[in-house]
Design a protein around this ligand. Structure first.
Ligand SMILES: [Zn+2]
Ligand SMILES: [Zn+2]
Ligand SMILES: [Zn+2]
Length: 357
């Protein structure tokens, strides 16, 4: 993520701020322009028709509705179709934390020029989110919400926004990393697989890289949960779960690609500049826009030394590693596939990545 300055006093502000802590200006973020603007009063940007997202008061969404959009919701919130009962304070807080992570996802999707709709798109297979909690019935049964993707619909159980519950799930599943942003980056990969790979010529290259996704998905998952990952899985898969099925491998790799590009953007913004992997290679500050590089190796050569430095920083504070993963040459090839897929998409939508309906 890049750094932001208050448009009034130039003090640094953060992506989630709706007010400048230094001068008190009320602020809103315009996602398509990637900029913060000053707001007059509660409803809009000074001298323009911009409106704040209707979720601003409810969950502190600081995004503005897009110019010309009929929706009262910002670009991120309008993709959410189902939310929990907001009269329940805890549920509302959990939903708010999920939306905060989701705005970071949308920030990246916009930067990557990946296709999105600026108005709610109810057509079959369109991208949308259901952020819901488990429900207890009077008969004592509990209706559980399963996190996952189906035909454009991404469901996330809002309990994951509770740190203690998420940590418990992480430990039970033996995962080194579990975060809300990670869920969004993973699940949205399934949507883009449907949109950019299914039924397209690129599917054979995808199968060569990740394996044949036509193998039975539920059987594969059952086998994974019964037996765990195969021996030496680290050579081929970025996470143990990636070994469960080619779809999950693609989603985990895609999520890592987002981790890498987002992390590099942040490192550049804050002047972090570890030595590159190969002596003489360009240093990180010379990398232009990590969302638009031609060669994925440009990213990897900066990412690996950055993660070594960041892990050392975390260890110096006695907390878990920043990036508890190892990128093998085979995983790097998979990251190249994701990179090339996004580059081709960027070239095809150079003019207008967003469709307004
Ligand atoms: Zn200010
Ligand atoms: Zn919003
Ligand atoms: Zn998945």
């Amino acid at each position: 993520m890049r750094r932001f300055l208050c448009p009034n006093c130039n003090n640094q502000i953060h992506f989630d701020n709706n007010q400048c802590v230094s001068c008190g200006s009320v602020l809103g973020y315009r996602p398509l322009q990637d900029q913060f603007v000053l707001l007059n009063g509660e409803f809009g940007e000074a001298g323009s028709a911009s409106r704040t997202c209707v979720n601003r008061d409810l969950i502190n969404c600081n995004w503005l509705c897009e110019h010309g959009s009929q929706s009262k919701l910002c670009l991120s919130c309008l993709h959410t179709r189902k939310i929990p009962d907001t009269s329940d304070n805890e549920k509302r807080r959990r939903w708010g934390r999920l939306e905060r992570a989701k705005r970071r996802l949308f920030y990246a999707l916009i930067k990557f020029d990946l296709p999105l709709a600026v108005e709610r798109d109810n057509s079959e297979g369109s991208l949308h989110f259901e952020l819901l909690g488990n429900e207890s019935h009077p008969n004592g049964n509990e209706k559980r919400v399963m996190t996952g993707h189906y035909n454009g619909r991404i469901t996330i159980n809002i309990d994951e926004a509770d740190d203690a519950i998420r940590e418990k799930n992480r430990t039970a599943l033996g995962e080194p990393y579990r975060a809300l942003i990670g869920h969004f980056r993973h699940e949205v990969a399934h949507y883009y697989w449907d949109r950019l790979i299914a039924g397209k010529d690129v599917i054979s290259a995808c199968r060569a890289c990740f394996g044949d996704e036509r193998q039975d998905y539920s059987q594969a998952l059952k086998a994974y949960y019964a037996n765990g990952p195969g021996p030496d899985w680290q050579q081929s898969y970025v996470s143990a779960y990636a070994s469960a099925h080619p779809w999950e491998d693609f989603a985990e790799t895609w999520a890592h690609y987002f981790h890498i590009v987002g992390g590099l953007e942040t490192a550049r913004a804050y002047g972090l500049n570890p030595q590159p992997l190969h002596p003489g290679a360009p240093v990180l500050e010379q990398l232009e826009d990590p969302y638009h590089v031609s060669d994925h190796l440009q990213l990897i050569q900066h990412w690996i030394p950055l993660t070594v430095a960041m892990n050392a920083m975390n260890r110096s504070m006695g907390i878990s590693d920043y990036y508890p993963f190892v990128l093998s040459p085979q995983i790097s090839e998979k990251l190249k596939f994701v990179h090339d897929l996004i580059v081709v998409q960027q070239q095809s939508v150079k003019v207008a990545p967003f469709s307004a309906k």
